[in-house]
Write a protein that binds this ligand. Structure first.
Ligand SMILES: O=P(O)(O)OC[C@H]1O[C@H](O[C@H]2O[C@H](CO)[C@@H](O)[C@H](O)[C@H]2O)[C@H](O)[C@@H](O)[C@@H]1O
Length: 759
């Protein structure tokens, strides 16, 4: 049965990797291996997995991502591989946010297949020349992991698309998930080859590698690991359809810091943690933390940025300048609206073109004047959906051009082939407006790049002979559903699903005064310049360091098989009870007092039948019959049920309702706390609790002799918590003059007599 075999996936992994003919290759000798631990299921890891000190004092950041940020080429004649770091990639640029003495090591795949016989040599070269460690996934694993599970399942789901029927995406397939597990394990193993110091920090990127934190923590319990999700995180209603939802959440929670582009994505993640795993979170001094088995996992909400310096230097290139002139000559007298998107079903390219079609239909004066230049970067994966989206864009473009175009006017220009980066920069410079119409996107840095390029530089100003102030304008149309939208307050925000909305925004963009364009541009430019890629990386790095520092003053233990593996952090003073020590002390003692908690200790929390078993009664009677022992069951439960359950335990003491009622043995009288004598407050509290019970499905009132308790463990987690908060406030107000306290406990709100402390 699939489910039964599933918990051992981690173990399967170790063995099954060979199915893909993937021997784990050792690193070039320049990288030393840490001493990893993989101990029993429950063990103390404190100190046991500290890695040895490396000779160097360089602080290291290990950046793991699906693909290494470089371009590779093979000279077919000589068989020589050459690699060039791609300075336009975020992963390269983020280095600018790290302190100067940090060494950055990249772990990831190459976007080409390297024959196994060449892999060692390629690894050596990549590490020596670029401090990169490649993960060579065999072609079939890469296909199942990336092209199928990531791109056909996770990518649509994280962009809110459910595979409701077969031709609308790929149904969940456990064997593909297993490929995802195996690939993530390979990435984690490679990361571990690079980790040598306790001071090393690992930063894992994006949805391809969400299981890496679990594999890393299993190997090195105190590893310092941050995770950043570049894609959206869907609402809990979408996310909870994923059959492996818990495993992925639990793995992310094995990181110390989890980053999201926007508050919405973080909010969805938090709500998944609370609804699916019952976890609580709170904001402490501005930082959101989730309590996870004694560890506090921090959340970071900060959108990625662009490298302003890199864009500025691209602007200065003679090739860029001449391309700008060329584009301006082609489109002189026209209003150029630019779109730059990957070929992907979520980019809303056709919807954007439909907006233009409606604009031209409704506004004849704009015919012959407005042009959309749509650059489409080739798709990164293949699939029927991508093909359909591509064909649709081509056909809508064709229809618009046929209807509104002429011999010297084409309203839609599709550039659907790879163009050099400098050309893209030139299009930014030469365009009056930029439109991003994605129906869902993690961040989308295109509007930021456009803004920086429209700021231009002195050479561009000179070249155009323009008045400087007239050049520094930009107009943005941005979908509400992309991560960058909240930061662009001067943009026309559109609902990409509404063709009318898009057409209206296009019209407004053509109708702006110069003054407005300058104002909007300045606002965006200020933000983009100050929130650049270095700012993002620095901020993430600092938060990661802070979180890890707070985390590791605690004692750590590990538990859980496979993908359920987790670390349990306890206070530094915690000591695991030694059975030997306990047994010998017990034997030596002449007088013993034993207090036993009931629910969750004598009977399992999960059992429906809460009455004690015959075996338990017999154990308790054995303990009580030893004249050296005084044995008490201490419970929050009422005396009637405890009396009934322990009727056959003659010498057992009972402390009911947390000690408001005490009886030393079955024959003894109940001692009742004087605090229970006044209960008029119940007449006020009970009707209020009743209202909350009626309005909160699943909640109930427990009426004790000493207290009233409102239980909400069977309600919707978020709604129950919200009602509990409200109830506490309500009861505190109305009971302010009564001798009681109102307390919120684990999924309960309790009102009980106030104990007066004598000072
Ligand atoms: O297509 P993939 O190989 O699965 O990669 C996914 C995309 O990754 C990058 O975009 C994501 O990160 C960007 C920077 O944080 C963000 O702006 C964007 O919204 C994310 O989707 C990459 O830039 C895309 O080309 C990939 O499609």
């Amino acid at each position: 049965m699939v489910l039964n075999s599933y918990p051992n996936l981690l173990d399967i992994c170790g063995e099954d990797v060979s199915d893909f003919q993937q021997p784990l290759r050792s690193l070039p000798c320049t990288v030393t291996s840490p001493s990893n631990t993989s101990g029993p299921d429950w063990e103390s890891s404190n100190g046991s997995d500290l890695v040895g000190s490396a000779p160097s004092c360089l602080k290291r950041k290990i950046v793991a991502a699906n693909f290494l940020p470089l371009n590779c080429m093979k000279d077919e004649a000589t068989g020589e591989w050459s690699f060039v770091m791609d300075d336009n990639q975020l992963l390269v640029q983020l280095k600018d946010g790290f302190p100067i003495d940090n060494e950055v090591i990249y772990v990831g795949s190459l976007n080409v297949q390297v024959h196994p016989s060449e892999q060692d040599q390629v690894s050596q070269k990549l590490f020596k020349e670029h401090i990169c460690i490649p993960t060579f996934l065999p072609a079939d694993l890469q296909q199942q992991f990336y092209h199928r599970f990531c791109k056909q399942h996770l990518w649509p789901l994280f962009h809110y698309m459910l595979p409701v029927c077969h031709d609308k995406g790929e149904l969940f397939d456990r064997s593909l998930f297993q490929a995802y597990v195996r690939a993530n394990k390979i990435f984690a193993d490679k990361v571990m080859e690079a980790v040598t110091l306790n001071d090393d920090y690992v930063w894992v990127h994006d949805y391809h590698l969400m299981l890496v934190p679990t594999f890393l923590r299993k190997k090195l319990h105190q590893i310092k690991v941050g995770f950043f999700l570049h894609s959206p995180f869907p609402s809990s209603e979408i996310y909870r359809t994923l059959p492996v939802r818990d495993e992925i959440l639990k793995s992310l929670l094995n990181a110390d810091l989890i980053g999201f582009q926007t508050f919405d994505y973080a909010r969805h993640f938090l709500s998944c943690c609370s609804r699916l795993l019952g976890l609580n979170y709170e904001s402490k001094r501005g930082h959101i933390g989730i309590e996870y088995f004694g560890r506090t996992v921090s959340l970071k909400i900060l959108a990625a940025g662009v490298h302003v310096g890199r864009l500025e230097s691209m602007l200065k290139l003679p090739a860029t300048m001449s391309k700008v002139q060329e584009i301006e000559n082609i489109y002189r007298g026209k209003l150029v609206i630019l779109g730059v998107d990957d070929m992907d079903i979520f980019k809303g390219i056709s919807l954007k073109l439909l907006g233009l079609e409606l604009l031209l239909k409704r506004t004849p004066k704009l015919r012959g004047k407005v042009v959309i230049v749509q650059i489409v970067n080739p798709a990164r994966s293949i699939g029927k959906d991508i093909e359909e989206a591509n064909n649709e864009a081509i056909s809508v473009a064709q229809r618009i051009n046929d209807t509104y175009g002429s011999a010297n006017y084409r309203p839609v220009v599709l550039i659907d082939y790879l163009i050099p980066f400098y050309e893209k920069i030139a299009y930014y410079v030469a365009s009056d407006c930029c439109i991003v119409n994605a129906v869902r996107d993690g961040m989308n840095l295109i509007p930021y790049e456009y803004t920086v390029c429209r700021q231009g530089n002195e050479e561009i100003d000179k070249l155009r002979g323009a008045d400087k102030s007239s050049l520094h304008t930009s107009t943005l149309i941005v979908s509400e559903f992309v991560g960058c939208s909240p930061s662009l307050s001067g943009a026309f925000r559109v609902n990409p699903w509404s063709v009318e909305d898009v057409a209206d925004a296009l019209y407004s963009a053509t109708d702006l005064t110069q003054y407005e364009k300058i104002q909007r541009h300045e606002k965006h430019y200020r933000y983009v310049k100050s929130h650049d890629v270095a700012y993002w990386a620095r901020s993430f790095d600092q938060d990661l360091q802070r979180t890890c520092k707070e985390q590791y003053s605690r004692r750590c233990w590990t538990t859980g098989f496979g993908l359920n593996f987790r670390v349990i952090a306890l206070s530094p003073g915690f000591r695991r009870l030694s059975l030997e020590l306990f047994a010998s002390s017990y034997k030596k003692a002449n007088k013993r007092v034993i207090f036993l908690d009931y629910d969750g200790t004598l009977v399992p929390q999960s059992s429906l039948n809460k009455a004690p078993s015959a075996e338990l009664i017999s154990i308790l009677n054995n303990l009580c019959n030893d004249t050296k022992n005084i044995v008490f069951v201490v419970s929050g439960r009422g005396r009637n049920s405890l009396c009934e359950w322990f009727d056959s335990c003659e010498n057992l003491g009972i402390a009911a309702e947390h000690g408001y009622f005490i009886r030393w043995s079955r024959a003894a009288e109940w001692e009742v706390s004087s605090l229970c004598q006044c209960s008029e407050w119940k007449l006020i509290a009970d009707p209020i609790m009743h209202v909350y019970t009626e309005t909160t499905d699943g909640s109930s009132i427990e009426r004790k002799e000493s207290a009233l308790v409102w239980h909400y463990q069977n309600t919707d987690h978020d709604f129950g918590s919200c009602q509990a908060k409200e109830l506490v406030g309500h009861l505190e107000r109305v009971l302010a003059n009564e001798p009681v306290v109102v307390k919120r406990g684990h999924q309960i709100v309790e009102v009980k007599p106030r104990v007066c402390t004598i000072s």
